[in-house]
Ligand binder design. Sequence first.
Ligand code: ADP
Length: 420
Amino acid sequence: MKSSILKWLVLSATVLIGLIVVVQLYWLTKVYSFEQKQFNTNVVKSLRGVFEDLEMNDNPAQSLQQLIHNPADDYYLFKADTIPEQDSLTFYIRKEFGDFDVLTDVKLGAYSSTLKKYVYEDYIPTAASGFNITTAQGLPVFTGEYDHILLYFPHRSQYILGEMNFWIISSVALFLALIGLAISLFYFYRQKFLAEVQKDFVNNFTHEFKTPLAVIKIASDVLAQNDISQKPERLKRYASIIQNQTTHLQNQVEKLLKSASAENKKFPLDKENVQPAKLIEQALNKLQPLIEQKQALVELKVDNYETNIQADEGHLELAIINILENALKYSISPHIIVETGKDESDYFISVKDNGIGIEKKYLKNIFKKFYRVPTGNVHDVKGFGLGLNFVKRIIDGHDGKIRVNSLPGIGTEFRLLIPF
Ligand code: ADP
């Protein structure tokens, strides 16, 4: 499967999972408000029954809505022309609540407007209730104008949630299944990504080693000719080709070995006083064959040899080589400006090229191991995607920073900042 299709599939699946979660949450809130309404209806029906059982209101024409108030979610207050006996009120409430499936604890209080207090309070636990009995809390006074009965449901929310057990359990199961699916998708995508990285690596590896080996083979065939000693110019040229190619191979092997051995570890740095100008000169010398091959113009704006910084000479030189090599590799006719100097509390080494540049969206990835900017047909420069990861680890080891400025088609600047 092509990685772009896979990317879209994973993205669509993620959006779908997100949508399912949102819809499920929407339904859960809907069911909760439906259960709330159902509870309310059942309480009102039960109270109507209690009214009738106890004949608590002298005016039968008065509608239930006028008699029952719901001052807060957990409280129901109903007007009583006569306050009934505690035992009979408790008995009928228990009976009506049982008939209408209001199976949660209730605390009741009969309020007398003349005495301005509750004449009695009672707590009716239900057999089905698994909650602790909470009788200690006194009932609040909502109105003092008329005699009334106040009902308080201390566990109303838990009871309603309990009624939604099926929905909650099925939603949790669905969420768990979705999380499992998302994790599998993530691992599948990562596996696929790693497989592609591996494929690219093998391709690049083959190219990086096959070409120099083929060149060495041709050059050594030429050197093996009988009359070569009579052509000293030719001999020298082919010997130097072999020399350059073996140096290149050596560098590549060193890169791979270092990358494998220093896996996730900090580089063991050996800091001393080093002159950046000298490091740049050495790096340029090592890259001389590539500079000649690319007919590159290298401009130096390097400060004098007096400046010293605290750094690991070998590693910092390797970092500079990698940056310079990239500037040469990714420019068609390279014009490179190398600049050094002080930048507040840091010492900077900047390498600016006029190469193909890097699109902004790729910049955050270029320091990752094995990462290579997908270029399609723009160029076929080979590499392992290890160079910049190396540079970053070296600069991190120096507690430094790397700044990259790049414009596609114009060029790139890598600025290494090392604490001065
Ligand atoms: P590589 O071996 O591919 O060169 P690097 O880690 O050195 O690996 O670089 C990672 C990627 O960053 C490269 O594949 C390339 O696309 C991009 N890159 C690095 N330096 C430059 C540059 N100077 N100009 C343009 N692109 C660059």
